[in-house]
Design a protein around this ligand. Structure first.
Ligand code: NAP
Length: 225
């Protein structure tokens, strides 16, 4: 495909998403970062690792619509979407509220669906594009005290594979990148030790977004040993 010129990175304010924005920008891609915390978005733009910041919540359809509209107005058509935004709520299943369970699914799974849905028509009409979903090793196994998180990530792996089949005839790639334990704010709220840096994961996301052959579509690329 022609080299992608622009990308949206949800969750681009810190952690893995900020590293992905930095990696894509270093390759000449004009990046919009999207998250809720204004100060973190502003810092990413001030460091020149993204071209544009849009503040919003992946759970809100109107925010996602505004994200794509502002990106297109400032930078042009969306060539790459990286669905990185995610949250973790820990606790034994019997102790979790339904609201907490739903919140994790809303952000990690429905949020990715809403963002993908917003860019798919443009990608299909241009006959090219890439959607990279940051899944997790937790989307391929079970972990105690993480049922909503793991369920959301198993769902995200499934969404990735379904979108890949829907978009294959239209020249659009959809691929998952599945990290192990990454040294970020999210991991610090777990008992797990870091196994890798955000930049390690970002290298694989950038590969999936820019370099991987079309044949990778539907895969869930593991970034853990
Ligand atoms: N760290 C790990 O070990 C690990 C391993 C496997 C997979 N992952 C996945 O990697 C992704 C990034 O995680 P991370 O470790 O970098 O965590 P992080 O440092 O907590 O970053 C999460 C990012 O998502 C954004 N976000 C959260 N809720 C959002 C919402 N409702 N709308 C828009 N943005 C939202 C956050 O910004 P705001 O809070 O400002 O909105 C932040 O920018 C997540 O999908 C996570 O599940 C992480």
């Amino acid at each position: 495909m022609t080299s992608p010129r622009t990308a949206i990175v949800t969750g681009g304010g810190r952690g893995i998403g900020a590293a992905v924005a930095r990696g894509l920008t270093a390759r000449g891609v004009a990046v919009t970062v999207f998250a809720r915390t204004r100060a973190e978005l502003d810092r990413v733009v001030a460091e020149r690792t993204a071209a544009l910041a849009v503040q919003g919540d992946v759970r809100r359809e109107e925010d996602v619509g505004r994200l794509v509209a502002e990106h297109e107005r400032a930078l042009g058509p969306v060539d790459v979407l990286v669905n990185d935004a995610g949250i973790l709520v820990r606790g034994l299943a019997e102790e979790l509220s339904a609201a907490a369970f739903r919140e994790v699914l809303d952000v990690n799974l429905t949020g990715a669906f809403l963002c993908a849905r917003a860019v798919i028509p443009g990608m299909k009409s241009r006959g090219r594009g890439r959607i990279v979903n940051v899944t997790s090793i937790s989307g391929t196994l079970g972990t105690a005290e993480a049922s909503p998180y793991n369920a959301s990530k198993w769902g995200l792996v499934g969404l990735t594979k379904c979108l890949a089949e829907e978009l294959r005839p239209h020249g659009v790639v959809c691929v998952g990148v599945s990290p192990g334990s990454v040294d970020t704010e999210m991991l610090r709220r777990t008992p797990f030790a870091p196994e890798m840096t955000p930049d390690d994961v970002a290298k694989v996301v950038v590969f999936a977004a820019l370099d991987a052959p079309f044949a990778v579509t539907g895969a869930n690329l593991e970034v853990h040993g």
